[in-house]
Design a protein around this ligand. Sequence first.
Ligand code: SF4
Ligand code: SF4
Length: 460
Amino acid sequence: MAIKTKNNEYWFYIDTDSLISVKEKAFVIYNSLNGKILEYYNQPEIFKILQELTLVDNLGVIKLTDKDLKNPIISGFCRDIRENHMGDLIDVLLSAGKPKQMIPKLSIMEGYETPSQKRQTRGNILEYLSRLTLYINDFCEETCHICNGAFKQFPCCTSQRGWHPQSKVHIINKFKHFPNLESSQKTKSSPLVVQSSQNTQLDFDQLKMFLDNLRCTSSWEININGGNIFKYSKFQELIAFLNSFKVNKSFTIHYRNAINHLEEIKQLNCEIHTLIILVHFPLQEPKLHLVIDYLKKEKFVMEYHFIIESETDFQMAEKLVQQYSLQSTQYHAFFNGENFSMFEENVYVGREDIIEAFPSLKEIYTRQFVNPTNFGSLIILPDGRVHANINDPQLGYIHQRSIYDLVYDEMVKGTSWRKPRKNVRPCNSCAFNKLCPPITNYNYVMGKGDLCHIKNECSP
Ligand code: SF4
Ligand code: SF4
């Protein structure tokens, strides 16, 4: 279809609801209103047009001439844009001057960069904290094979063998280097680091002092995890203290530990707070059945989180969900160093996943600056170490640094909250990096930024 024009100059614009992503030889345009994605490869004519459109001064509008539109590549491109409601051509005689568009700009981090601003914003900065996970201890008498690896991939209990910085346990050594573009920080040593042969638990007095500043805000939630949390020596005092904060709480307990503490679970007030029961395979079936049967009698807010390493695990989990009519469930894929095919089939991102996710412009712009998966989250380990992501370097210790300083540092120069996909290889050179979901712990653990089916297909 030829594009008919009366005059010989036209304003060509890309709508502000559409996003342009240009890399050297691949270009992607995404319509955030209808989810359509256009892709072009190795076409210098289109590259030049998109480059001009993205210049700040042009505000997404450039001039094209009849001569330009006689080029079939350019006219075909303009037709694609019009047919997918991403922009249009306007005869220049129809407008008094160059049309102007308001280009969105994210300002999430503005106002926090200088020391004086830091002091002024001290009260507000804690509003950015949304989730605190306390690994209150590392003691557990169970010996699950997932213990050293699962908690680095999703929220899961772990004994000291997993979290300790001197632990020599890695899922698979050749995947341990996450190819981040940013210079990697070394984990700082601390006099409080304990040997991995000891059991460790959070110092209750230090924790109380650390959390006291959070009384002024209620926008965060807290998760209590371990080890076997019931083995924390001051468990009752801890719960009483945490109950003095009017925030949502959740407790993460493996069913193998739950079976020995069913009466204590009843004291956790899980009619209001959330009880998360972890289940991994192979099952100790009689124990799990007893736990489910017992807890079903209570009016608890409950979630069952199944840890999945294979299709067989998934089928067994589904069977349990049906058998017990479990209402609230989550499935966490666990990378064990061998189950690549399960990840390729179920975790890797494809074009259809992006289309289905249908990200809004706000989500896309936010992801350019922060990692929403990590943003707002802090994890405290039994020795008092604080991480924004368990796979990133520590931020400090609760006895050394205030929660204000930790949240501030992570906001302004954070290694986890501010780790967007565009800073990770090979996504930094991929035109899809604005559309793909944020990096996750699977990227860290598998040492691979591109857990996707797209990169190879679209490589020129
Ligand atoms: S129950 Fe949790 S902490 Fe205990 S061994 Fe299993 S995974 Fe580790
Ligand atoms: S995950 Fe794949 S498609 Fe997405 S930005 Fe990275 S390389 Fe590109």
